[in-house]
Design a binder for this molecule. Structure first.
Ligand SMILES: [Zn+2]
Length: 414
């Protein structure tokens, strides 16, 4: 089937691999290997900014951050069920003097052990552990490409250990965090999917637990438009997937909320209840933006490289008309840095002013510095969308930009 020409053109225009290379965000090298992209400085800036946004939102929502290793003994994944149900997607074990170690396919087992390492009272629940950590998937080389299908994944992950009564509230709070993040990122969810098990042996058995977990998630989705789809659940439990659609209509999952009775049992997790007895917690797995790779790929395609101001690799293009204004441009750049803004001085170097403004077209704010601006300290700001503001004192503009960036809004100005 031949794609409609306009949709094909659109696919080329918004292909994150093409834009990612043009903007110097990420790249790959055959010597590193397929499905193992590296992040260039501007891409690393976007990623770091996104990660810090997520960590801040998690801290405000009562999550505690941990770090755990990307390797674990094979036995760990025997217990969690990954080795039995998910082995085809895992890298082969490494033999270390008779001991088998594997690259982890998920962070859940490590977090279950971190929870288990301390005694927990019911008063500490919900106990929320978060980590932006690495995991690995042995994707076939034929399907690898850009940032959407990779073998090394950085996942925005969290596990909430709580009582059965707390599950719906925690899952609802996670959906609210997802909505807030999407508003800040300028992403629209195309639909909610209740992902249920399908036929076949890739799911742990325990019909009662599946029914109970499904009932809880159905309650959470009450009032939201969603579709139940069989065959999309995790091997240990059902999940809510928040679906997004890219510029050519392909759907994928960024964010998920999952209810799991299986791993708390496998790892014999417990808390001490008000009655002084041991009780089993429930594990809620949730991810706000999913993997950093897929989230950035989606953001690139969604915005065609014109990121929201707070996320843009460079936020202010400072364009001196001639070499004479360079000291003034450098001074303005220094004042941007002092306020936590990311400036880029676009030096004359023989390029025309028009060419330099075009080159900066994806940078949210552009300040052209001529002799008059250098003399009176005023700046006539251009916005990426073509608007031009009247000349104003530089400090007044910088403090407004700083406030807009800090508020994580998608709008350029108001
Ligand atoms: Zn998990």
């Amino acid at each position: 089937m031949v794609a409609h020409p306009s949709s094909r053109r659109r696919a080329i225009m918004f292909d994150h691999r093409k834009i990612g290379r043009e903007l110097g965000l990420f790249d790959t090298d055959p010597l590193i290997g397929a499905g193992l992209p590296y992040w260039l400085p501007e891409g690393a800036t976007v990623r770091h900014t996104l990660e810090e946004y997520i960590r801040t939102a998690e801290r405000k929502a009562g999550y505690q951050h941990v770090y755990s290793p990307v390797l674990g003994k094979r036995e760990l994944y025997d217990i969690s069920g990954h080795w039995g149900h998910y082995r085809d997607d895992m890298f082969p074990p490494l033999d270390l003097g008779g001991e088998q170690v594997v690259l982890r396919p998920s962070l859940c087992p490590h977090h279950a052990l971190i929870y288990r390492s301390r005694l927990h009272s019911y008063r500490e629940l919900p106990f929320r552990l978060a980590e932006l950590g690495g995991m690995y998937r042995s994707e076939r080389s034929g399907v690898l490409g850009g940032l959407t299908r990779v073998r090394a994944i950085q996942l925005n992950d969290a596990h909430i250990f709580c009582t059965l009564d707390q599950v719906t509230q925690e899952a609802r709070a996670a959906l609210a965090m997802i909505r807030d993040a999407y508003a800040a990122l300028g992403i629209t969810a195309s639909r909610y999917r209740l992902s249920l098990p399908g036929p076949g042996g890739k799911y742990v058995a325990a019909p009662e637990q599946w029914d109970r977990a499904t009932a809880l998630l159905t309650e959470v989705l009450d009032g939201l438009p969603y579709e139940a789809v069989e065959g999309e659940a995790a091997f240990y439990g059902p999940k809510i997937d928040v679906q997004v659609t890219d510029s050519v209509g392909r759907e994928s999952t960024l964010s998920t909320v999952q209810v799991d009775f299986h791993q708390p049992e496998q790892f014999d997790l417990h808390y001490v209840g008000a009655d002084g007895a041991r009780h089993r917690p429930v594990m809620v797995h949730r991810s706000i933006i999913g993997s950093v790779e897929r989230a950035v790929a989606h953001l690139i395609e969604q915005h065609g490289g014109a990121f929201p101001p707070w996320l843009a690799p460079h936020q202010v293009a400072i364009i001196p008309i001639s070499g004479a204004e360079m000291p003034h441009a450098q001074d303005l750049a220094r004042r941007c840095l002092d306020r936590g803004l990311r400036p880029r001085v676009v030096t004359p170097d023989g390029d025309s002013l028009g060419a330099r403004i075009r080159e900066s077209r994806l940078i949210p704010y552009q300040a052209v510095i001529g002799a008059r601006e250098a003399a009176d300290g005023q700046v006539a700001l251009r916005l990426r969308d073509g608007r031009r503001l009247d000349p104003r004192p530089a400090d007044q503009l910088l403090s407004r930009m700083e406030a807009l960036v800090r508020s994580h809004r998608v709008e350029l100005w108001d």
